[in-house]
Design a binder for this molecule. Structure first.
Ligand code: ATP
Length: 295
């Protein structure tokens, strides 16, 4: 699963956050290494004026460390603006890889990924990532206070903006009860947060950044029921009016998705809404019966 949670800062900011937040796992090191190889074009096109739709056409990709196996092969998916696209599939199907390619941590070996109709390779990677926010399963917060953690990626946000985002993320009341409210330190020596509280901080950060595209990796692990409800409401606020791609594990998410792509072995093997897929795809019915949680 994708373990990166980031705001929309510059590459070096993201790098710094990753280092602070999660330590050097092998995969992350590779990701960071790969990022250095991603080149910005000399005359990048302006992403801000493009439509916030994404399209993967005949994409084949293998990780540099694993040239013998394609993580995605001949992969096709259209992600329309303002809609919810869910990715489902067994472990190793390539769901997180789709996110990594959309963020342009890697370029495909074959095929093309476009933002609107523009190839990602013709955009400035920094500006591309500014259009996007990632909400990951294991949110990465850094050792600083709550305010700075939410403001991360949008340094010019006022305290009022931060509070409004925290309210929309259903974490404001919790923050108000901390010893120093928004100035309470997080991390080892500061306040310890539950998984659900961390996630809502990340959601507040994303709301503040106001991205046009949202990449959401839904939690597989059970959260306490209070957190579940609050997170769902926070996510609904965040998703409002944005292009959303979700690696989905919850039945309620899948039922509300505009389009579900069923992935297996690096390919899309079926597509449609929940009802259609139950009839059309054996793999989907199997996943629905075994994997999707009723929450
Ligand atoms: P999960 O549901 O378990 O998170 P997934 O559908 O997100 O799985 P990916 O993580 O995208 O699947 O992995 C797709 C394939 O690529 C798998 O075969 C995986 O082992 C491989 N893979 C993923 N990341 C790397 C990497 N950094 N280096 C080499 N191979 C990788």
């Amino acid at each position: 699963a994708l373990i990166v949670a980031m705001g929309t800062g510059t590459l070096s900011e993201v790098y710094g956050e990753l280092q602070r937040a999660v330590g050097a796992t092998e995969r992350l090191m590779e990701l960071l290494h790969a990022k250095n190889e991603i080149l910005a074009p000399e005359n990048p096109q302006d992403a801000q004026h493009l439509k916030a739709s994404l399209d993967l056409q005949n994409v084949t990709f293998n990780y540099p460390s694993r040239p013998e196996k394609a993580a995605l092969s001949n992969f096709n998916l259209t992600i329309p603006e303002g809609k919810v696209t869910a990715l489902v599939g067994p472990s190793g199907a390539g769901k997180s890889t789709v996110f990594e390619l959309l963020l342009r941590f890697y370029d495909p070996n074959l095929g093309k990924i476009s933002f609107d109709t523009t190839d990602l390779r013709q955009l400035d990677p920094h500006q591309l990532r500014q259009q996007m926010a990632v909400v990951a399963q294991q949110p990465a917060l850094f050792t600083s206070n709550v305010l700075e953690n939410i403001r991360y990626g949008k340094q010019d946000a006022s305290e009022q903006d931060v509070i409004a985002a925290a309210k929309a993320a259903h974490i404001h009341d919790f923050i108000e009860q901390l010893p120093n409210q928004y100035y309470s330190d997080l991390g080892e020596k500061g306040v310890r947060l539950s998984g659900g509280q961390k996630q809502r901080i990340t959601i507040a950060r994303a709301i503040l950044n106001n991205p046009r595209v949202l990449l959401l990796d839904e939690a597989t692990s059970a959260l306490d029921s209070e957190s579940e409800g609050a997170i769902q409401m926070a996510l609904n606020n965040l998703m409002q009016g944005r292009t959303t791609v979700i690696i989905a594990h919850r039945l309620s998410t899948i039922i509300h998705a505009d389009n579900i792509a069923v992935m297996d072995n690096g390919q899309v093997v079926a597509q449609g809404n929940h009802t259609e897929l139950l009839v059309q795809s054996k793999l989907y019915s199997k996943l629905a019966a075994r994997q999707f949680k009723e929450l």
